[in-house]
Design a protein around this ligand. Structure first.
Ligand SMILES: [Ca+2]
Ligand SMILES: [Ca+2]
Length: 237
């Protein structure tokens, strides 16, 4: 009777370990596939010459003088989902360069996402804004500088400006996230900056990183070891 019971125990432990190992392996594969994938949360391609978001959800607002918010030829640099170059946002310095210090602000929820990355294509004329500060907010109110001020290249080129905010944990799963560009340094009313293919992306949150999955698997193995040792003790007693 004791022998039958032990065999049953052994079979159950073996089965549980095999199952745990299979689950662990699946978690690792899933985590790796998720880690390699960044989903677009919101994309503005400006091809319809307005400030409305073009993929995903979000709002774009600006305190730049309305008559200085224009649209001009865009680019495929950083284009997503097959978007054509179409139009780009084109912002002018304004009369008396009144728009120096003004901004465009992208509001969106990152709920369900972590490891947030923002990227966009930009170009500027020599008398346009040449000292632009990228910012983010965690509460939708207080904006925090991220990185040094940037100067747009004279042509869009093929490489977007990328701001990796993966280290800002507060931006993960945040319904009040927003990103802002504050423009400065324009020296003429008609100097411009163009912005195209503004993309906010992140990884689906709640997914274990590969390292976590390995830890989970080793944890399951450890649990198996503990139970096996307990079984051996039980058999001896
Ligand atoms: Ca475009
Ligand atoms: Ca649009």
């Amino acid at each position: 009777m004791q022998i039958n019971s032990n065999r049953r125990l052994t079979w159950r432990f073996s089965f549980n370990f095999a199952r745990a190992r299979a689950i662990g392996a699946m978690l690792i594969l899933f985590a790796i596939s998720q880690a390699a994938q960044a989903d677009e949360i919101a994309v503005w391609n400006f091809n319809d010459s307005n400030l409305n978001v073009d993929h995903g959800s979000g709002t774009l607002t600006s305190n730049i003088i309305a008559s200085n918010i224009l649209f001009a030829a865009g680019t495929t640099n950083n284009a997503r989902q097959g978007d054509v170059a179409g139009q780009a946002l084109s912002l002018q310095g304004g009369t008396g360069t009144a728009n120096n210090g003004r901004n465009i602000t992208f509001n969106l929820s990152t709920l369900g996402f972590s490891s947030i990355v923002v990227s966009f294509a930009t170009q500027g004329t020599s008398t346009g804004f040449i000292s632009n500060q990228f910012q983010y907010t965690l509460d939708g109110i207080t904006f925090i500088d991220f990185g040094a001020p940037y100067t747009p290249a004279s042509a869009f080129g093929s490489v977007p400006l990328t701001f990796s905010l993966t280290g800002i944990a507060g931006l993960n799963d945040n319904a009040n996230a927003a990103f802002r560009i504050v423009f400065n340094g324009a020296t003429s009313s008609t100097g411009t900056n163009r912005i195209d293919n503004f993309v906010v992306e992140g990884s689906p949150s709640g997914i274990p990183e590969p390292a976590s999955a390995v830890l989970l698997l080793s944890g399951l193995s450890g649990l198996y070891g503990l139970r096996k040792r307990k079984k051996n003790r039980d058999l001896k007693s």
